[in-house]
Design a protein around this ligand. Structure first.
Ligand SMILES: Nc1ncnc2c1ncn2[C@@H]1O[C@H](COP(=O)(O)OP(=O)(O)OP(=O)(O)O)[C@@H](O)[C@H]1O
Ligand SMILES: [Mg+2]
Length: 209
């Protein structure tokens, strides 16, 4: 049975879809069978997947777009055939994201180094706690040098969730890879972006179930 990672964060634009797609490819490049589920009606990963079908990709993935009452059954079916299932969720957490959080072994919450992102964490943390799910925080879009980054990291460390050691930098390579239906490890190997996502995949892989 696969380990299930649900990317959730009420704050729009925190990087849920980007991180989910990038981690999925990196996990697959690490040798795992990976399934991706887009449960967001915005369909960001569905659009990425459409591009991926004809992309010069290095690894296979499975993909489904589903939400609502079908979600649990589809996740279960995909989990039976894979090692890891990555679920992307919409920024409104009350309905669709709640179901996806319930199904998760781990909830991954991306946040950008800004007080606005920090303040927006609590509802998703409460939701995960209410569902009895463990949450890890992922600092995303981290600029090269900024005092605010360490301040955000220190404040995030006070939240009732583990702060992942790996951070994703603010790198155009991520959007560029997304635009090609790829992971950075495929579109731009030997870049810092690819290194970061590979490290993130290893760190997530080591989280206990
Ligand atoms: N590490 C990063 N470096 C540079 N740009 C990034 C990074 N992560 C995300 N972005 C950009 O930030 C924007 C929002 O990212 P994304 O759509 O993944 O967030 P989201 O949380 O899924 O948003 P929504 O809540 O709307 O679903 C996009 O333009 C994306 O390209
Ligand atoms: Mg999204």
């Amino acid at each position: 049975m696969a380990k299930i990672f649900t990317f959730a964060q009420q704050k729009g634009g925190a990087g849920k879809s980007t991180a989910a797609a990038q981690v999925a490819v990196a996990l697959a490049q690490g040798g795992h069978r990976v399934g991706v589920i887009d449960s967001d009606p915005q369909g960001s990963l569905a659009a990425w997947w459409t591009l991926r079908v004809t992309a010069d990709k290095a690894v296979p993935l499975s993909f489904e777009q589903t939400a609502g009452w079908r979600l649990a059954a589809r996740v279960e079916a995909l989990a039976a055939q894979t090692d890891v299932v990555v679920i992307d969720t919409p920024p409104h957490i009350e309905t669709d994201a709640k179901l996806a959080v319930r199904l998760a072994d781990w909830v991954i919450m991306p946040l950008q180094p800004s007080p606005l992102d920090l303040w927006a964490c609590q509802p998703t943390l409460d939701l995960a706690a209410g569902e009895g799910r463990a949450t890890v925080l992922l600092l995303n879009r981290v600029p090269a040098r900024a005092k605010l980054v360490e301040e955000t990291a220190a404040a995030a460390a006070q939240l009732p969730a583990q702060l992942l050691r790996t951070r994703l930098g603010n790198r155009t390579a991520f959007a560029a890879a997304m635009a090609r239906g790829m992971g950075v490890g495929e579109a731009a190997p030997r870049t810092l972006a690819a290194e970061e996502v590979a490290a993130l995949a290893i760190e997530l892989d080591h989280l206990p179930v």
